[in-house]
Design a protein around this ligand. Structure first.
Ligand code: S3P
Length: 169
C-alpha cells in the first residue's frame, strides 16, 4: 500500500450521462477537497458551451483544450470530472494512469439515454440516432476506460450519496 495514494487526484471517467459531474461535486464535499470539471473549465475559458465550441472550432480543437485542462487539473489533489472522451488521447490515458486514482463510472445504456434526453443539445456526440451512437461509443471506449481505471463502479439503481460512500470505502 502506497501512502502517496491519498494525495493523488481522483479522476472520474465514463460515458456521458453516467454521473461524473454530480458525483465529483459530492465526493469533493465529502473529502473537503476542491473539484474540477474539465468540460466546465474549457467552456469557461472559451466563453461558450462545449456544444458551441464543437460547432465553431471542431472536435480536434476541443480535444487539444481538453488535454490542457486535464494537465492543469492533475496538478492538485482534487476530484476531477472528465468529459466522456478524455480517454481517446493516448497522452491523457498516460497522465491519468500516472497521476490519478481513476474511477470508472458505468451505467446501462437505458439509464444514460434517459438522462441525456433532458439536455441532448449539449451532447454533440450523441446527435442523430442516440442509441446507436451510444452503442458505438461504448464499444470503442470500453477498452480505453479499462486501461486507465483503478476502480469500476456500476451506478445503476444507486443514489448519489450511496455512490459517494462506495467510492470513499
Ligand atoms: C464528450 C463528452 C462530453 C464533452 C464533449 C465530448 C465525449 O462530456 O466532453 O461533448 O466525447 O464523450 P460528458 O461526458 O460530461 O457528457
Amino acid at each position: 500500500w502506497d501512502p502517496n495514494w491519498l494525495d493523488r487526484p481522483v479522476a472520474l471517467v465514463g460515458l456521458s450521462g453516467c454521473g461524473k459531474s454530480t458525483l465529483a461535486r459530492l465526493l469533493a464535499r465529502a473529502l473537503s477537497w476542491p473539484w474540477y470539471d474539465t468540460d466546465a473549465a474549457i467552456a469557461a475559458a472559451a466563453g461558450m458551451s462545449v456544444a458551441d465550441l464543437f460547432q465553431t472550432y471542431g472536435e480536434a480543437e476541443f480535444r487539444v483544450r481538453e488535454t490542457a485542462a486535464l494537465t492543469e487539473a492533475l496538478r492538485e489533489a482534487q476530484v476531477i470530472a472528465t468529459g466522456g472522451g478524455i480517454v481517446l488521447q493516448p497522452e491523457n490515458r498516460r497522465m491519468l494512469r500516472e497521476y490519478a486514482t481513476v474511477i470508472w463510472l458505468d451505467a446501462a445504456d437505458a439509464t444514460i439515454l434517459t438522462r441525456l434526453a433532458a439536455d441532448a443539445e449539449q451532447r454533440p456526440l450523441l446527435h442523430g440516432d442516440a442509441a446507436a451512437r451510444l452503442a458505438e461509443l461504448r464499444a470503442r471506449r470500453t477498452p480505453l476506460y479499462a486501461e486507465v481505471a483503478d476502480v469500476i463502479i456500476a451506478t445503476d439503481g444507486k443514489t448519489p450519496l450511496e455512490l459517494v460512500q462506495q467510492v470513499i470505502a
